[in-house]
Design a protein around this ligand. Structure first.
Ligand code: C5P
Length: 232
């Protein structure tokens, strides 16, 4: 799979997401469906968007005992998504079980990527709440290595970490990076942002873009601008 722009469809109803996607008459964007939409509308929304010709990243961030994750991943794989994810903190055994569950009888499977530490977790909270005493950076890289050891395809990370992850885990190990903003756009609540062009230069494999596209006056033009900067 080559570089692509994934639109974070953070809507909470089928009506909203489908009327948003109706605007795209040419190239069908790769779409991220998160917990909000999935819990509101159930698996049917995944099938419906898939049938419209979109690739889907199902962002449900699984984390549970290996057996439960394995069985749940088998269900998600059956929805024919293209990419899904889990928390690396669930251990290497859990990630291996997830891969097993995700693999279809014909040997194919969706891409599986790991969340390392959530970007909402600071080093201080990690130390005080989670009793993890190492620097945040080291924890993120260690979790990325664990994901690689377990056979996963990549991690979600900040575009600023993409280069380091590639150096540590190899060029083929995918970096899926949110926190993307246009040079002349609002950054909103994101703190460490990068433009699509810079994310491309630094080696991100997929950028996840939400509000710069979903809240734009012309979402199709904003999407095309992302594609022009990041893919073409
Ligand atoms: O609207 P915006 O472009 O900020 O959306 C980014 C998307 O990526 C959201 O769905 C957000 O939950 C997700 N995300 C993120 N930072 C992470 C992981 C996921 O912004 N570290």
């Amino acid at each position: 799979m080559g570089k692509d722009v994934i639109i974070a469809c953070d809507f909470n109803s089928k009506k909203e997401v489908l009327s948003f996607l109706d605007k795209f008459e040419g190239r069908k964007p790769f779409v991220k469906i998160g917990m909000e939409l999935f819990y509101a509308e159930g698996p049917a929304i995944v099938k419906e968007i898939k049938e419209r010709g979109h690739k889907i990243f199902l962002d449900l961030k699984l984390c549970d005992i290996p057996n439960t994750v394995k069985k749940s991943m088998a269900v998600l794989s059956g929805l024919d998504v293209d990419m899904t994810n889990l928390h690396a903190s669930g251990t290497i055994a859990m990630m291996e079980a997830a891969l097993e569950g995700l693999t279809r009888p014909d040997g194919t499977r969706p891409l599986l990527i790991a969340v390392t530490q959530l970007t909402s977790t600071s080093e201080e909270r990690m130390r005080e709440d989670l009793l993890i005493d190492r620097p945040l950076d080291e924890v993120v890289m260690h979790y990325a290595s664990n994901a690689k050891k377990a056979g996963l395809d990549g991690v979600v990370c900040s575009p600023r970490e993409a280069e380091k992850v590639h150096n540590r885990c190899g060029k083929e190990f995918l970096t899926v990076t949110p926190g993307v903003r246009f040079a002349d756009g609002d950054i909103g609540d994101q703190v460490r942002v990068m433009t699509p062009a810079d994310a491309k230069a630094i080696g991100s494999d997929y950028i996840v873009v939400g509000r710069p596209i979903t809240a734009a006056a012309d979402p199709v033009a904003a999407y095309n601008r992302c594609v022009a900067e990041f893919v073409d």
